[in-house]
Design a protein around this ligand. Structure first.
Ligand SMILES: NC(=O)C1=CN([C@@H]2O[C@H](COP(=O)(O)OP(=O)(O)OC[C@H]3O[C@@H](n4cnc5c(N)ncnc54)[C@H](O)[C@@H]3O)[C@@H](O)[C@H]2O)C=CC1
Ligand SMILES: O=C(O)C1=N[C@H](C(=O)O)C[C@H](O)C1
Length: 247
């Protein structure tokens, strides 16, 4: 495949390596210094675009790919309030987009088991629950996209929680949660690629369910596999459509 990389930072560079290893070609690289080259003529040189840019630029990148008729894989987080609108635009214009808050196999297994665990915990009201995420200090969005997906999984399964709220620890604002609110606690620590934990706590014990990324390789390989999976498909997909964990 011929790939256009939208965003050529920490993730874009690792994705390039995995794509080349798998026999693909990079035909366009866009970052904040050459956004003027992101036009339909250049985008149409590619078979697929992979966006790991910024919450601020991702919507414009999606719209440029739709205009060019270019299938798009989106790993960028921090835009999920616009999903319904982008889904409509994608379907109306007969385009294809696949997005994921996290492309790693391990996290997607985690998402599945997290939903099962939340349903089990309906039977045990003595446990409260919180989601904790830790990322590097350059991260622009909080909570992480992965933590939002995890929180949505808990809210889907656990009847006593109705909405999530976020506290960015250390920014001076402590959040007081109501019993039906699920706290997502965000921590920013130098060089941490991504750690997510769901903690159920009772008076007598804690249950901790944790995923810890050792680096960015799992995210990057997953994004290239998603671009391969998207070839020949039309419509708006999430990474859930790629995996089948049903047992
Ligand atoms: N879904 C997943 O599996 C993962 C998602 N991410 C997400 O990917 C995004 C990027 O992460 P990193 O690579 O760590 O960030 P980074 O800050 O290292 O790279 C961002 C890149 O976007 C570029 N950029 C800025 N404005 C742009 C524009 N208008 N058009 C195109 N590119 C533009 C910057 O120049 C830079 O090259 C973040 O939203 C992060 O949360 C990160 C890791 C895994
Ligand atoms: O910004 C990052 O680095 C990451 N972002 C994604 C997120 O917001 O969940 C995925 C991963 O945790 C790394």
């Amino acid at each position: 495949m011929k790939i256009a990389l939208l965003g050529y930072g920490k993730m874009g560079r690792i994705i390039e390596q995995f794509a080349l290893d798998r026999g693909h070609e990079i035909v366009l690289k866009i970052d904040e210094n050459n956004v003027d080259q992101k036009n339909s003529e250049n985008l149409r040189l590619a078979d697929v675009a992979i966006d790991f840019s910024t919450p601020h630029s991702v919507i414009s990148n999606i719209e440029s790919c739709f205009e060019a008729g270019l299938p798009l894989v989106v790993g960028t987080t921090g835009w999920y309030d616009r999903i319904p609108e982008m889904k409509n635009k994608c379907e109306e214009s007969n385009n294809s987009l696949l997005y994921a808050s996290n492309f790693s196999v391990g996290v997607n297994v985690f998402f599945f088991v997290n939903e099962v665990l939340a349903k089990i915990m309906n039977r045990y009201p003595q446990y409260d629950v919180l989601v904790e995420e830790i990322h590097h200090t350059q991260k622009l969005d909080s909570p992480s996209g992965t933590a939002i997906t995890i929180a949505e999984g808990v809210l889907d399964g656990l009847d006593r929680k109705k909405e999530w709220v976020n506290e960015l620890v250390g920014n001076g604002e402590e959040v007081v949660t109501k019993p039906d609110q699920l706290l997502i606690e965000s921590h920013r620590i130098e060089d941490v690629p991504g750690t997510h934990t769901v903690v159920y706590s009772s008076e007598v014990d804690d249950i901790e369910f944790k995923h810890k990324a050792h680096g960015r390789a799992g995210f990057a390989l997953g994004a290239v596999l998603a671009a391969e999976w998207l070839q020949g498909k039309k419509g708006f997909y999430s990474v859930k459509d790629m995996f089948d964990f049903n047992i």
